[in-house]
Design a binder for this molecule. Structure first.
Ligand SMILES: *Cc1c(COP(=O)(O)O)cnc(C)c1O
Length: 449
């Protein structure tokens, strides 16, 4: 038995993998990774794969990045972790200062947690609790966009609209108000703004029908990632901010997947020229090294909790690993890399190369939409282009692309029929060409017959 197969068998005897129907692994091979270097992953037998999805969107500067690795090991030799209630440490303070500095103006307070979902939970609790603290306890509802995803814990699941992840747990969840997403699927760019404007009208109707009942609206700025890399223009962000101000509703920007340069700006909100009331950060925050998240909010929100202990206005919420020093060190080193190079400018070049590399798909009869926002490029496979007919999800054509790519040196992880590239920012031109070649051939194969 080969080394890959040995690990696979031992794994399948004891592990339960995330977002996986484990029975699939009767025919779908696990990839046992031994090393990572830059955009490359290497299995137990020395085969190499381009990590085209940044290991679920967390990696920014490559695997085993020397600068981040050094910072983490240096920190590990001094202080690995300490309770953050009643205690502080310089890495946490420096990271909070840095986050306040680089996020949109008005986000002045940082609350650390350990996963994206926990950051979302915190933002929901803080928003609700803020209204309660200022005497508006009737604001108990949350608004979400159709096709949104905000994490898998019960609160985060509640404010998402991804049917697949949610349906089974419906009886346990709170019910959000769902506004239609401004998703511009299959629309030419010059129609995006008008389309998004129409969706703001729908949002206004919801706000008006529930005046005084809504605590916050939560969105994934510019790209609904788990919902299939569906995209919309910055003008929607500006319009939504204005609506939230008009109706005095909090805006929660879930930048967990899109923050840290992914969409072409450091934070997606910047493109709409807005500051949210809460910004949730995770994933790329530590460069893909360690689990950590942060919720940023305004002085105004913070001040509504600031009082004598006995008023019980405080925010009594914690996670054991809050402010973990190793994660702070990884995050600080990651942010240093943004200071050392003009990452955003380099990414513009890489994004253009990605688009160019998949240009043969423009006329493919089974590619219904190609869309891109910064370092996210998505290609959607369809049964027919005009009029558009989507593939039956049960055909699972995306997995055929996944399998083909795996056999040809690339780790893709299609979402349904959506194939996407969301690579680490250190990918080079050759690697982009190689990746595109594999994806194109995989799409050809998966859409045959
Ligand atoms: C991944 C993701 C989350 C959840 O983060 P976890 O760390 O997986 O809990 C929340 N929101 C968005 C937009 C995400 O992409």
């Amino acid at each position: 038995m080969g080394k890959n197969e040995e690990i696979r068998q031992r794994d399948l005897a004891v592990l339960w993998h995330p977002t996986t129907q484990m029975k699939d692994h009767e025919w779908l091979q696990l990839l046992p990774v031994k090393h990572g270097q830059g955009v490359w992953l290497e299995d137990m037998e020395g085969n190499r794969y381009i990590d085209a999805i940044s290991s679920w969107w967390v990696n920014l500067f490559g695997h085993a990045n020397p600068h981040i690795s050094a910072a983490v090991s240096e920190q590990a030799s001094r202080l690995e972790h300490v309770i953050l209630a009643g205690v502080t440490h310089e890495p946490a303070v420096r990271l909070a200062e840095k986050l306040v500095e680089i996020t949109p103006a008005g986000l002045e307070r940082v609350f650390f947690a350990d996963s994206g979902a926990s950051a979302v939970e915190i933002s929901l609790k803080m928003s609700f609790h803020y209204w309660r603290n200022i005497g508006e306890s009737g604001r108990t509802r949350f608004v979400t966009l159709s096709n949104s995803y905000h994490g898998d814990t019960l609160g985060a699941l509640s404010v998402g609209d991804a049917g697949l992840f949610k349906a089974a747990y419906e009886p346990l969840l709170m019910e959000p108000l769902v506004a239609p997403s401004p998703d511009c699927f299959a629309l030419p760019r010059d129609q995006w703004d008008e389309h998004a404007r129409g969706k703001l009208v729908d949002m206004r109707e919801i706000f008006a029908a529930h005046e005084g009942e809504i605590s916050a609206v939560i969105i994934e700025p510019l790209v609904q990632c788990a919902g299939g890399m569906r995209m919309y223009p910055p003008s929607y962000l500006a319009g939504l901010r204005a609506l939230c101000d008009e109706y005095r509703i909090h805006l929660i920007a879930d930048e967990i997947a899109v923050g840290f340069g992914r969409t072409g700006s450091m934070f997606a909100c910047e493109q709409g020229g807005i500051a949210p009331d809460f910004m949730c950060l995770s994933k790329g925050l530590t460069g893909g090294y360690l689990p950590m998240s942060a919720v940023m909010t305004s002085h105004e929100v913070y001040a509504a909790f600031y009082d004598e202990y006995t008023t019980l206005r405080g925010f009594l919420h914690s996670h054991s690993y809050t402010g973990n020093a190793l994660a702070c060190a990884a995050a600080l080193a990651t942010l240093e890399l943004f200071d050392q190079h003009d990452v955003l400018t380099d990414n513009r070049g890489l994004a253009a190369q990605m688009l160019e590399a998949i240009s043969p798909l423009r006329d493919h009869e089974h590619v219904g939409d190609i869309r891109q926002t910064g370092m996210i490029l998505a290609m959607e496979m369809v049964a027919q282009r005009k009029p558009m007919i989507e593939y039956d999800w049960k055909e699972r054509r995306g997995i055929k692309v996944y399998q083909y790519a795996m056999a040809h040196g690339a780790l893709l992880r299609p979402i349904g029929n959506v194939i996407y590239f969301m690579p680490p920012y250190v990918i080079n031109s050759d690697e982009i060409r190689q990746l595109a070649k594999v994806a194109i051939a995989g799409i050809d194969l998966a859409t045959r017959g």
